[in-house]
Design a protein around this ligand. Structure first.
Ligand SMILES: [Zn+2]
Length: 394
């Protein structure tokens, strides 16, 4: 069944077509006019009988393509694509491209829309060809074409090509802002660095990571990846230097670097350095993970009670469920009888709450999950997924 919206639009399109065709036809020979009129009525007849395919063919046959009717054709094609009727949208756009009477900008517009049909249909190779032609021709739709090319290369994981296409875009167009543009290109470089690391090509990986940071000096991903690579290579001081850039790059992502930072200090045998660094972080960027990690240090250097005191003091200043759960856990180890049963119940409840809470969210589209995604699965934006803060998070 056709829905009312499409029905109304088709009817309107055919009515406009009828009017324009009638105006044009009045200047033409009678026999040609009779043919057009028959097509319009055939189209209407199909529509009334809800035979959409027949209506479409009749519409394409009857509504002449010229500057006056171009917008009607494009609007209908785009509506059909949005509804998922790609074959019909493609037919309309291909029909436009076959008309030499249109101007070059008009043909380019139809070509861009046809490329969008192919993208929607998953025919990325065909879309890429059409878009590249628009770029090469210096079309007025070059920026739109390049944006789609970046999307295509991103989907096909052709990162070098994605960088090249993004480089050609003006700051204004890509990712809305220059920041977005730099951020996406930095992620493309990180993807290439990961590919190089898979082949143990450290030199190439370093080159891409350097490039990533030149595109976006706030690229946490580049710092984490590079830091982790240097750690694996045994270059602990270098790794530490890279990982300690993270707080200035994005304080919300500090906890992603904490494990590796502590591992570096441990390898270097610098426990006091680690203590100092964690204290500095806590003063500026408190988080439950940081508090729990520091409580753990206190536990090993002193005892469980000192660690519990520290947690309780931190909870008074900044309550979080995670830190509270750890505090209850510490008390459980030293309690008996009824008190122990009650604490166990409380711990179970807290853990249940934590299990239901996602750890990450996308600040652009609100997507939530328990895994850090560099490319948001919801809105396909780079670097918008962040750690959740507050009582129920960090
Ligand atoms: Zn998102």
């Amino acid at each position: 069944m056709m829905d009312f919206g499409l029905f109304a639009l088709l009817l309107l399109a055919i009515a406009i077509g009828f009017f324009l065709g009638w105006r044009y036809r009045s200047k033409r020979a009678d026999n040609e006019g009779r043919h057009s009129t028959q097509s319009y009525f055939r189209g209407l007849n199909y529509l009334l009988n809800e035979q959409a395919d027949g209506a479409m063919d009749a519409f394409i046959d009857s509504l002449e393509v010229n500057s006056d009717t171009l917008d009607t054709h494009l609007a209908l094609g785009n509506l059909l694509r949005r509804r998922g009727e790609i074959a019909k949208a493609t037919k309309i756009h291909q029909n436009l491209l076959a008309r030499p009477s249109l101007t070059t900008p008009q043909l380019h517009e139809a070509q861009l829309e046809l490329a969008r049909d192919f993208i929607k249909a998953g025919l990325l190779d065909r879309a890429e060809g059409l878009l590249q032609e628009l770029v090469d021709a210096g079309s007025q739709y070059k920026s739109e074409a390049l944006e789609h090319l970046v999307e295509i290369y991103q989907n096909e994981r052709e990162w070098e090509k994605a960088i090249q296409a993004a480089n050609q875009l003006s700051n204004r167009r890509f990712g809305k802002t220059a920041v977005g543009r730099g951020r996406a290109r930095a992620h493309f470089c990180c993807e290439l660095a990961e590919q190089a690391l898979d082949k143990n090509d450290v030199v190439t990986a370093r080159r891409y990571l350097q490039q990533a940071l030149s595109y976006d000096k706030h690229s946490v991903r580049a710092s984490l990846l590079w830091g982790s690579m240097e750690y694996q290579l045994g270059n602990y001081r270098e790794a530490l230097k890279l990982l300690q850039k993270v707080p200035a790059q994005d304080p919300d992502m500090i906890i992603e670097s904490l494990d590796l930072v502590c591992d570096c200090y441990t390898k270097l045998g610098d426990k006091r350095g680690m203590q100092r660094y964690l204290e500095e972080l806590l003063a500026q960027y408190p988080s439950s993970t940081l508090v729990i990690r520091m409580a753990e240090q206190i536990r090993w250097s002193k005892d469980d009670f000192a660690a519990a005191d520290f947690l309780a003091q931190q909870l008074r200043e900044r309550p979080t469920i995670k830190a509270l759960s750890r505090l209850v856990e510490l008390h459980l180890m030293h309690s008996e009888g009824r008190a122990r049963e009650n604490l166990q119940l409380l711990k179970q409840l807290l853990d249940q709450v934590l299990e239901q809470k996602p750890g990450y969210f996308c600040e652009q589209c609100g997507f939530t999950g328990n895994q850090l995604h560099w490319l948001c699965p919801g809105c396909k934006s780079w670097g918008t997924v962040k750690v959740i803060t507050g009582v129920e998070g960090e």
